[in-house]
Ligand binder design. Sequence first.
Ligand code: M6R
Length: 610
Amino acid sequence: MCGIIGYIGARQATPILIGGLRKLEYRGYDSAGVSVFDPSGGPMSRVVRCRGKLSALEEKLQKEPAPGTVGMGHTRWATHGRPSDENSHPHKAGPISVIHNGIIENHLALRAELAAAGAKFSSETDTEIFAHLVEHALLAGAPDLTVAVRRSLAKVRGSFAFVVMSDKEPGTLVAAKNSSPLVVGLGDGENYVASDVTAILSETRRVIFIDEGEMVTVTRSGVQITDFDGKPHVREAKTITWSAVQAEKGGFKHYMLKEIHEQPRAVADTLVGRVNLESDDVVLDGVDLDVAKIKRIIFIACGTSYHASMVGEFMVESLARIPVEVDLASEFRYRDPILGPGDLVVAVSQSGETLDTMEAIREAKKKGAQVLAISNVVESSIPRLSDHAFYTHAGPEIGVASTKAFTTQLVGIALLAIYLGRRTQKLSKERARQLLAELVQLPVKMRDVVESGAQLQALARRYGHAHGFLFLGRGSQYPIALEGALKLKEISYIHAEGYAAGEMKHGPIALIDEHLPVIVLAPRGPHYEKVVSNLAEVRARQGKVLAVATKGDNEIGGHADDVILVPDTALELQPILTVLPLQMLSYYVADFKGTDIDQPRNLAKSVTVE
Ligand code: M6R
């Protein structure tokens, strides 16, 4: 999500930090800052930071220069706390400065603990807590910065990459990693630390990728890597041969493929701090609903977010038993919808800037409904316009075709459905416990699917020459059929239709012949038998069937030409797994055709016209 760079050496740090951050700009950010040791001033680190683009930071640095040869820089993509000067990184507590990528899950409890011990906070961020923890560890007798960071790490839960500096130890940078990326760059009499290799590639190609649960102490003369208990880890440096453009994409050919692979991690970030396995409940930060007053829920959204909303209808109705409607935001106003105070409108938008969705929210608010936004971009227009906001924390999505934004929306809506179900008392504690346990296991299951690229690549080669595709699904797999068709259309320019499987016989069956690949979503569940009958109908007309089914299903192979298997999970969560092979198939078909996958023709990432 956020961009991180640190430098320690003999050259002026600020230009290197700004240069590195500029290489990370493509990821999107809303504020930036640096902390640099000024040898002539104490030594004291100078923090310069502000909301806005790097050019705003550079302007500020003209007025408040930050000279020095040790420093770190950060671009923030807001998660906890709105984008503002105060919430920009680095954060300081006494002699300690910290930059951070990720989310500290137990930040509220730690904040209360530190405040009781006298800490004064100057931001709304979870990150500032870590600066205070390290300061407290030093005050409590930690002999150096490395030990102070190690003792502080023992207190935090969540995903993070931290870089920490201390005014008392100006020759050292200490960094630590859990889930968020971190790499060390090795130079000659100088070293670097960064969130992405891109940030340091113009300075060095010799790097060490830091592993989960490792921390590193970086000085001018070397790096020392240990685990969080201080046990040394010996690691070999690698020489990076990627071009700068390849490095931006993390070695993947396209952002879309990178984002497909980021999904397990993105979903884990959506879940951070929201699942309480002790009380079998969901914690929804930023959402304060009077559930007893909600008589109806109306989802409004466009494109992929609309498909997430359609799945949401199944989730909320089945788990909370509140009636749900789903509307295209672009159509909502034109039917003069009947709305009132008993209605909760849920506006789903990755970018938070889609004009159609904004206009639909205005209509809903005018008519007295409450609005909850589900968005990926903190403080974007849609959450600001809404009464409540839930952020998916998927990290910036660069590819125009939405992938990780979609799966994290589904996870967000599943959390909302469980939250509502517990409060309407239609969802038992026992069932909530099972669903939450399944949600927590999703990232591992998703990894299993996204790593099966070779099979999908082979299928794309086999079917990619077709002139059209049909996608079929029943129940909550119907929106996934729509999403699969949309993905394929968007990036490969092949005509594709998504249909409710039961509707095939009412028309589209006329299209079926040996040239039409039909992708059928057939995971285990209540509709399985009926879907298998639909497969038979397709094959009886020489159609080619590609089935997406559940691992362990030995029957489906007899009904399909090709089978893609995904792990089993709770019925309500199956769409989060079955959509993954469809995203990958679309990607590989488009790649096979050589289209501009990340910026398909005629499309924009955020649609701010009606
Ligand atoms: O940012 P939003 O979620 O509001 O965007 C809605 C649609 O424009 C978007 O989902 C679009 O359909 C994507 N290109 C799908 O891949």
